[in-house]
Design a protein around this ligand. Structure first.
Ligand SMILES: Nc1ncnc2c1ncn2[C@@H]1O[C@H](COP(=O)(O)OP(=O)(O)OP(=O)(O)O)[C@@H](O)[C@H]1O
Length: 295
């Protein structure tokens, strides 16, 4: 993708499998929104090949669009509509695309319940709080029972309970309905909880990809091990924590108390990878960190 003379995405290469939840992470301005707007068909790419549900998004028709769900970063229309009416109205557009396998749209009352807006169904959109508004955005995104759902920073403004409910909803959509989900977030804890696979975009490229565990494990090879023995505290850093612990127990057995093993978190991995990219990085870093390669 090129804006004017500036390339903001360079050879981004990704494939999503049906029912997979992919989190796209990256610093501000990395190109996450641009990437998903291209996939949604809202922005025409400057070059390259894209297929979404088998169709080039630049040429997708209404039938194709009805199979997608989109939750944008911000959405400021519809202030005077009431919540239930808005969802019923938007849902009606999907009715012609209902199939035996996927009945469309989602019945409004069920949907309101699913996103926790039943108590606010009669309110005007401009009377909702920020978090309730965001729940409505999610409802608008899924009213057509999408096969593929794009979520751009979906939980900004959610309280912790709403966030947890939303995470359950994403699991439900992916596990029960086989919905494929591509989400962007700056919340690494959220990415870790939701994503089957994480892609880190920085400087317009995918610099790392893998499961949350893969990424955490590959970045900082060493785990930190803490324990006490005879009231004394010990800390040790080991590349092979399992082998170290086996030896520790062989030597001291029941003497080892209050054991803790801490691996690098996804946040540690993210910060290290983005920092490396921003500071010029090593040649071929992307290849080193790709899933399936040797660290
Ligand atoms: N219409 C536009 N014209 C020119 N440049 C643009 C346009 N839209 C985005 N950009 C630039 O493209 C780059 C990628 O922007 P994008 O919004 O995709 O980033 P992002 O990863 O979604 O960021 P954030 O985390 O801040 O939402 C940025 O440098 C941005 O300034």
């Amino acid at each position: 993708m090129r804006y004017g003379t500036v390339d903001v995405l360079h050879g981004v290469d990704l494939t999503a499998r049906r029912g997979e939840v992919i989190a796209l992470l990256g610093p501000n301005g990395a190109g996450k929104t641009t990437t998903i707007e291209i996939l949604e068909g809202f922005r025409m790419r400057s070059a390259g090949d894209v297929r979404v549900l088998g169709v080039d998004p630049g040429r997708g028709d209404e039938r194709w669009r009805a199979r997608l769900g989109v939750v944008l970063q911000s959405w400021r229309d519809h202030g005077k509509w009431r919540v239930r009416e808005l969802l019923a109205h938007l849902g009606a557009f999907y009715a012609p695309y209902s199939t035996d396998r996927i009945p469309r749209p989602w019945p409004v009352d069920e949907l309101l319940d699913t996103v926790g807006l039943t108590a606010h169904a009669g309110k005007r959109v401009n009377q909702l709080s920020g978090g309730q508004r965001r729940r409505l955005d999610v409802a608008v995104g899924i009213v057509g029972r999408p096969e593929l759902l794009f979520l751009d920073e979906p939980t900004v403004g959610f309280d912790p309970a709403a966030r947890r409910e939303f995470h359950e909803l994403v699991h439900r959509l992916a596990d029960l309905d086989d919905t494929t989900i591509l989400l962007t977030t700056h919340d690494l804890d959220e990415a870790e909880k939701l994503a089957d696979r994480i892609l880190i975009l920085a400087g317009g490229r995918i610099i790392a990809e893998g499961t949350p565990d893969d990424l955490s494990r590959r970045v900082a090879g060493n785990a930190e091990i803490r324990w006490t023995r005879d009231g004394e505290r010990f800390v040790h850093s080991a590349a092979d924590a399992t082998a170290f612990l086996r030896e520790l127990f062989r030597q001291y057995g029941d003497g080892v108390q209050e054991l803790e093993v801490r691996r690098a978190s996804l946040e540690d991995a993210y910060i290290a990878l983005v920092h490396e990219q921003e500071s010029g990085g090593r040649a071929g870093a992307a290849a080193v960190w790709k899933q399936g390669s040797e660290a």
